[in-house]
Write a protein that binds this ligand. Structure first.
Ligand code: ZN
Length: 111
């Protein structure tokens, strides 16, 4: 049986307080991506964690302003916003992040 990860169990440091596994840091860990937002793999690593109110001032569901303890977790192709006001896991599909751009050091592109 899989334990549900709920918004209220994820703290402002990105620690999931699991009933069965204890404190699980989500940063750099693989997080399961729900099928309806999945664009690639069924789980993706959490690349960074940020305060969500830098990007979004209010909850799009209940209109409560986000406090400084509400975080957003950036995965590879999606972002997860654990909204404690609604105890809702909100998923956003993101553009693929340019992690690595190989530079052509040869100068002219002859292809
Ligand atoms: Zn809300």
């Amino acid at each position: 049986m899989i334990e549900m990860m709920t918004a209220k169990k994820i703290d402002q440091n990105g620690i999931w307080h699991s009933e069965r596994r204890g404190k699980v840091p989500l940063l750099e860990n693989y997080i399961p991506v729900p099928a309806d937002v999945r664009t690639r793999d069924d789980s993706e690593p959490c690349l960074f964690i940020a305060q969500v109110n830098r990007y979004l001032s209010d909850c799009p569901v209940c209109d409560e302003p986000f406090d400084n303890n509400t975080i957003i977790l950036r995965l590879q192709t999606v972002a997860l916003l654990p909204a404690k006001c609604c105890d809702l896991m909100m998923w956003f599909i993101m553009d693929v992040m340019p992690i690595f751009h190989p530079m052509d050091e040869g100068g002219a592109d002859e292809r």
